[in-house]
Design a protein around this ligand. Structure first.
Ligand SMILES: *[C@@H]1O[C@H](CO)[C@@H](O)[C@H](O)[C@H]1NC(C)=O
Ligand SMILES: *[C@@H]1O[C@H](CO)[C@@H](O)[C@H](O)[C@H]1NC(C)=O
Ligand SMILES: *[C@@H]1O[C@H](CO)[C@@H](O)[C@H](O)[C@H]1NC(C)=O
Ligand SMILES: *[C@@H]1O[C@H](CO)[C@@H](O)[C@H](O)[C@H]1NC(C)=O
Ligand SMILES: *[C@@H]1O[C@H](CO)[C@@H](O)[C@H](O)[C@H]1NC(C)=O
Ligand SMILES: *[C@@H]1O[C@H](CO)[C@@H](O)[C@H](O)[C@H]1NC(C)=O
Ligand SMILES: *[C@@H]1O[C@H](CO)[C@@H](O)[C@H](O)[C@H]1NC(C)=O
Ligand SMILES: *[C@@H]1O[C@H](CO)[C@@H](O)[C@H](O)[C@H]1NC(C)=O
Ligand SMILES: [Cu+2]
Length: 570
């Protein structure tokens, strides 16, 4: 055994050497990072408590790579919770083992354990991010993942003077894991957050936060690239900068046709890169973010996070003391502003939209209610427990192994592959008076199987069960084209004509409009098991998720790689 180990480690060294030679030849690199997940004391809004961080940093470390690079992140868990990390938007071609969602592609890294995530960036450029994918740990465990063009290639726009990541977060003045545990115990809605943050700071519009404001120093005349990431747990956010226009050049690490706007809307999971020219008088300007609350009558955090864009005045410090200028932000429920912004996002030039369609899928996405267990009291409406589902299946994560391990090792009884291609009961999805007999979904761990290379068209249809709401739907392991979006019920006879088959945007997260629909298309060219879920953690907690099982293809480089030797076990 020992000598076998020695031979195999020699072989490994040899293979790594060859690998790094190959890598060297094409100008790509292998980057190593050590991420220690740990408890870290912080103080915000005048309250001190411990949060979970990576390396004691909040937000966590920024990873900066080039397209083509390989990244190895050695994660050591020194915290008291199970944890996993997800590399949001990274395609993970054939490396599903490194994707991260707990009990989907791996068992969690237990306290005291470790796991080495290893993957290669293949054909992606722009702003992505990483975050915990276990319980609600991503409230504080997140960071930027910036992918620059390969050596000797450049951005499709003039090189910006500075590049500034701006990560929007959501803050509770207590342990977010306790917030979700209480909600799960009672069946009620979790407490809304106490603040939003920009690069970890709520900003001086909050009481007790005058020193907790992110300041971005800039110089007059320069054009800078601002990389916005919405890492908030449960809230879609409007963002604006006083007196400055923003030119959108990329979203979810796909370049876009440049367009100019005074306000952005990012759903959790989404990123937006904008160019901003510092063309205003020397002063201080707020960058502000607050909620887009799409549902009627649903409680939300109505506070405003702010950072300060500070022009260098060329004078001696402390610099300009003027009260910063505040930007106009849309009303909390301004869905028209969201639609107008979303409609501006398009691919830079015409793209080859995959077709003809092999799999025509139609999934409802929405909320529901479970009956309260006998003899208990529940805090959902009328003594129920909140639920959520796709096609009436409320997703249940396994607890004894991951879906991918069960698939790879053919462990029976962990999941079934009978996720319905269409709603089991068609109804008027967005009616004001959806019958309460439809509101209770069925709990299950159901997957939908896709053949390698299948062209998939998926209609995501929001429902008005309990409350119609914008759901940011994210697919792991894939980008997709968004062909069209609209309100009401999707009607192919009328709406197929609205498909943009010329320059649709390519993204990894689509905000399905409240009481509306979105149609996406992608090619199932990445084998493995891929979670698709609402990126509002409150909704994934209630079951708004499913997973695709994409089979191996027949040719070379079309099969899932073998699991890494240190893959955690349950
Ligand atoms: C980039 O360009 C430089 C100068 O032309 C050249 O020496 C180098 O090999 C190029 N790198 C790659 C990866 O092509
Ligand atoms: C901030 O402090 C003021 C004065 O103490 C108080 O009236 C107000 O309610 C506080 N606001 C928040 C959001 O806590
Ligand atoms: C936010 O909500 C609170 C409580 O519902 C309310 O009192 C306050 O006026 C709201 N603030 C804003 C800015 O809408
Ligand atoms: C937005 O909310 C305001 C009051 O808060 C209400 O008057 C208005 O009708 C709402 N608009 C939409 C589009 O729901
Ligand atoms: C709760 O029950 C009342 C009375 O039966 C009903 O009008 C209301 O729609 C119910 N609420 C929900 C969310 O089902
Ligand atoms: C909802 O309202 C519509 C229009 O008033 C009516 O035709 C339909 O039967 C109602 N559906 C239910 C489930 O009550
Ligand atoms: C979901 O399934 C349950 C159980 O069969 C049923 O009672 C309910 O009406 C279904 N709802 C929908 C929206 O299909
Ligand atoms: C941590 O993960 C293990 C499986 O590896 C599981 O048995 C245990 O219940 C998890 N703990 C919590 C608190 O979820
Ligand atoms: Cu949702």
């Amino acid at each position: 055994m020992e000598s076998f180990n020695r031979i195999s480690s020699l072989l490994l060294v040899f293979l790594l050497a060859i690998n790094s030679l190959l890598v060297y030849r094409i100008g790509a690199e292998v980057q190593h990072h050590d991420f220690v997940v740990q408890e870290t004391p912080v103080k915000r809004l005048c309250k001190a408590h411990n949060i979970i961080t990576v390396n004691g940093q909040f937000p966590g470390p920024t990873i900066e790579v080039k397209n083509g690079d390989t990244i190895v992140i050695n994660v050591v868990n020194q915290a008291r919770y199970n944890v996993t990390l997800h590399w949001h938007g990274v395609r993970q071609l054939r490396t599903a083992w490194a994707d991260g969602p707990e009990f989907v592609t791996q068992c969690p890294i237990k306290p005291g354990g470790s796991y080495r995530y290893r993957f290669t960036i293949q054909g992606q450029e722009g702003t992505l991010w990483w975050h915990a994918h276990s319980s609600w740990l991503r409230a504080t465990v997140y960071g930027a993942l910036i992918i620059r063009p390969k050596e000797n290639t450049s951005y499709p726009f003039a090189k910006p003077k500075r590049e500034i990541p701006l990560i929007l977060g959501e803050w509770w003045d207590r342990n977010p894991v306790d917030v979700v545990r209480k909600a799960t115990r009672t069946g009620g809605a979790p407490d809304v957050s106490n603040a939003f943050t920009i690069n970890g700071q709520p900003g001086d519009l909050y009481n007790c936060s005058s020193k907790d404001t992110t300041v971005i120093p800039v110089k007059a005349g320069e054009t800078n690239l601002l990389r916005f990431i919405n890492a908030a747990l449960n809230t879609e956010l409007f963002v604006a900068i006083a007196n400055h226009k923003m030119t959108v050049v990329a979203a979810d690490a796909s370049y876009t046709k440049p367009f100019t706007t005074s306000v952005l809307m990012l759903a959790p999971g989404q990123t937006t890169d904008v160019l901003v020219t510092m063309d205003q008088p020397l002063s201080r300007y707020y960058i502000a973010a607050r909620a887009y609350a799409s549902a009627e009558g649903v409680a939300f955090d109505n506070t405003t996070a702010a950072a300060i864009l500070e022009y260098d005045c060329g004078c001696a410090k402390p610099g300009p003391a003027a009260q910063p200028i505040f930007p106009a932000l849309p009303a909390y429920n301004d869905t028209a502003a969201v639609s107008a912004f979303t409609a501006g996002i398009k691919s830079p030039s015409s793209v080859e939209v995959p077709g003809p369609v092999d799999e025509n899928l139609f999934f409802t996405v929405g909320l529901g209610l479970f009956d309260c267990p006998e003899g208990k009291t529940c805090r959902g409406p009328n003594n129920t427990r909140f639920a959520a589902s796709m096609n009436n299946v409320s997703f249940v994560f396994p607890g004894t192994t991951s879906l991918l391990q069960a698939h790879y090792q053919r462990v029976p009884g962990v999941f079934t592959t009978d996720f319905p291609a269409v709603p089991p009961v068609p109804f008027d999805y967005t009616a004001k008076n959806v019958s309460s007999s439809l509101s209770q979904p069925v709990a299950g761990t159901k997957l939908y199987k896709l053949k390698y290379g299948a062209v998939v068209q998926l209609v995501l249809q929001g429902t008005n069960i309990v409350a119609g709401e914008n759901h940011p739907i994210h697919i792991h392991g894939y980008n997709f084209y968004i062909l069209a979006e609209g309100f009401g019920n999707f009607n192919p006879a009328r709406d197929n004509a609205k498909f943009n088959l010329v320059d649709p945007p390519e993204r990894n997260t689509v905000g399905v409009p409240a009481n509306g629909w979105a149609v996406i298309r992608f090619v199932a060219d990445n084998p493995g098991i891929w979670l698709m879920h609402c990126h509002l953690d409150v909704h994934i907690t209630w079951g708004l998720a499913m997973a695709f099982l994409v089979e191996n293809g027949g040719a070379e480089l079309q099969s899932l790689e073998a699991p890494p030797p240190d893959l955690p076990t349950c």
